[in-house]
Design a protein around this ligand. Structure first.
Ligand code: ARG
Length: 461
């Protein structure tokens, strides 16, 4: 007979290489807290239902509390022979307390055990990422609030398009990360159901109390179908999807900081503390943190694809393939957390170069649409105005001038409707102020956004 917890049916032991190949303890030991919490709740439930004695339950509980302490103190060495965190802890428990330890696994399978451990871990990870996001949202709000008057070119196709405020641009990111926050909240709500107590797949013959378990472990309710409970990893996929979207947002923000901190733009300066030098070029100051976040976005997408690919086409219910579900989730969660925090640090210390941005706003005909709108206000149809200003821009390009550098007489060669009041309509600040539609870049509109953001952030506290 094999020495394994499941060794009864086996005439001989697994080979050492198969043991090593099969084991997940190297990574799933991360879930020791969840595993112990799940087992303590399970033991309490078994005693409450009269399935094990109160004395056995007390011994189990005390034993598990001791193991928890010892793991935390670094006194425990897990073994490959015990395969995973579940069997490592169970076998240490039995070594320590004897027979009661052997009763713990009554009415339970590792399939529902791992399902509950992993959900508990992921729930906590989501809560952690929600806190990270709140920190980031605060940083974005602060930098926007501090730069409300700063104007800059707004881009489409990375070509200068229309003047906007820096705060408006920042608050666009605020919206993105606020959506990420609500996506995490959604996924947290959906995963908040306890899978424990369904056994291997079909339920158990014992009169268990799953609702008691749910309450003890802090779940809002219990899953409805045992087979689904042990084969479902949607909660992890959803988490990875949400992490991926959030990383995508970070990578876009990083890309802009990288561009803006180049000499060509010079819109911002990343603090020395979050930049690195070159080993050969003494003048260099590189935006490595931002680039790394951009790169790690690829890594996190890989994590997401890993689990999607593992789960693809798996028959119900549990399959060992699913043991591979944890590393990508652990990795993505950790990466997102460190990316958000380093990014927020970078934002908190960013120098905003208002003069460079204002200068850039003067060139590139970003007031062309406003010049067209001016002609519309004089009664011309918009399409016609668009064509007139197009010709005007072409003229300006070939003469090296901006629209506002032409005299009224020169402008009137293109449309007699031009009057001396045109200049006050095509000044960048005026262009910004004139955007009266809801959600626009106007100073008033951005103030309203900041007000709403403040309210949102206060509520999160
Ligand atoms: N280590 C396993 C995992 O992470 C635990 C569940 C094992 N269940 C089984 N029937 N082999 O998936």
């Amino acid at each position: 007979m094999s020495e394994k917890l499941w060794g009864g049916r086996f005439a001989k032991s697994e080979s050492k290489s198969a043991d090593e190949f099969n084991a997940s303890i190297e990574f799933d030991q991360k879930m020791y807290r969840e595993d112990i919490a799940g087992s303590r709740a399970h033991a309490a439930m078994l005693a409450k239902q009269g399935i094990i004695s109160p004395e056995d339950a007390a011994a189990i509980d005390e034993g598990l509390a001791g193991i928890l302490q010892d793991i935390e103190d670094g006194k425990i060495e897990f073994t490959i022979e015990n395969e995973d965190i579940h069997m490592n802890i169970e076998s240490i428990l039995t070594q320590r307390i004897g027979e009661p330890g052997k009763r713990l696994h009554t009415a339970r399978s590792r399939n529902d055990q791992v399902a509950v451990d992993f959900r508990l871990w992921t729930k906590k990870a989501v809560e952690g990422r929600l806190a990270d996001l709140n920190r980031l949202l605060n940083s974005i709000y602060e930098i926007a609030e501090a730069n409300k008057e700063v104007i800059m070119p707004g881009y489409t196709h990375l070509q200068r398009a229309q003047p906007v405020t820096f705060a408006y641009h920042m608050m666009a990111y605020f919206q993105m990360f606020k959506r990420d926050h609500s996506r995490f909240e959604d996924c947290l709500e959906r995963m908040d159901l306890l899978p424990l107590g369904v056994g291997a797949l079909a339920g158990t013959t014992y009169e268990t109390d799953r609702r008691f378990l749910a309450e003890k472990l802090g779940f809002a309710g219990i899953t409805e179908n045992g087979m689904d409970s042990v084969s479902d990893r949607d909660f992890a996929l959803e988490f990875l999807s949400d992490v991926s979207i959030c990383m995508m947002h970070l990578s876009r923000f990083c890309e802009e900081l990288i561009l803006w901190s180049s000499t060509e733009f010079g819109f911002v300066e990343i603090d020395d503390a979050y930049s690195t030098g070159s080993s050969i070029m003494p003048q260099k100051k590189n935006p490595d943190m931002a680039e790394l976040i951009r790169g790690k976005t690829g890594r996190v997408y890989g994590d997401m694809m890993t689990l999607f690919t593992i789960m693809k086409s798996l028959p119900l219910a549990y399959n060992k393939d699913m043991q591979e579900d944890k590393p990508p989730v652990f990795d993505a969660s950790e990466q997102l957390s460190s990316c958000i925090n380093i990014f927020a640090d970078m934002l908190d210390t960013l120098t905003v170069n208002a003069d460079r941005m204002a200068t850039a706003t003067k060139y590139g005909f970003m007031n062309a649409t406003d010049a067209a709108d001016y002609l519309v206000s004089k009664g011309l149809p918009f399409r016609e105005c668009h064509a007139i200003i197009g010709e005007l821009v072409l003229y300006c390009i070939s003469h090296g001038k901006a629209i506002e550098e032409l005299t009224v007489e020169q402008l009137q060669d293109f449309a007699p409707q031009f009057g001396p009041d045109v200049y006050q309509h095509i000044d960048p600040r005026a262009c910004i102020k004139a955007k009266v539609s809801e959600g626009s870049t106007s100073f008033d509109s951005v103030n309203r956004m900041l007000g709403a953001a403040k309210e949102y952030l206060d509520k999160q506290k």
